[in-house]
Design a protein around this ligand. Sequence first.
Ligand SMILES: [Zn+2]
Length: 258
Amino acid sequence: MDTDDWIAVDVTGPIGQSPIVLVCEHASAFIPEEFGGLGLTRDAASSHAAWDIGALDVAKFLSSGLGAPLVAGRVSRLVYDCNRPLESAGAIPAKSEIYDVPGNVGLSNEERQRRYDLIHQPFHAAVANILFAQEQAMARPPILVTVHSFTPVYNGVRRDLDIGYLFDSRPALAESALTAEQGAGQFKAALNEPYAPKDGVTHTLVLHGDSQGRENVMIEVRNDLIDTSKNAASVAAHLQEVLTKAVAQITETEGQAG
Ligand SMILES: [Zn+2]
């Protein structure tokens, strides 16, 4: 089986200009040929189940605006979800919300491990490498920011949240971001919504943030706010201001403490 014609991860943006490292796990709906489209319908293959609509656009605009590196996934989360550990059923879901994923039904442990090795392993090695490079270049702990989007209607229920700031055990950056958000007054924002750690969504945050003593936040934007390049650019400009304020606030607090 030839896997040389696709790669799991894309790294762009400069090192050494901003303390932030951006990560976008669900950036792509691409399914490598060897997986036979996972037996998905055309609708499912392009839906929010396959990727985070608009998230990569926002992450790219943020990367250029902040001068921050960006690590982005290049394979659909339905092949392997890089924000899930191997032991999670959601890492290779047989069903995602309303869509069946026939190509993920009844997989052997060997196939699950193979997908982990092909996708999760290089993706998270790249995140670790970029965080380390950023730490060396900036001579300070890097800050991890992951960028996601959520669907306006989930399991038939309409969500009116605009932006969520998620955290696991280090709330400082998420709380500062919410404070900045409330100051701006433009979007309906909340902490640990529309998902929370109990939903198993903080794998990347814990792996590279909490467990390494690094401040971190996961940003979830409702995808109808970022469904065109122009809209994504506008939300990214807003998030850049929020993040800049939030990072300044936690850095100031660190300085006072130390
Ligand atoms: Zn996501």
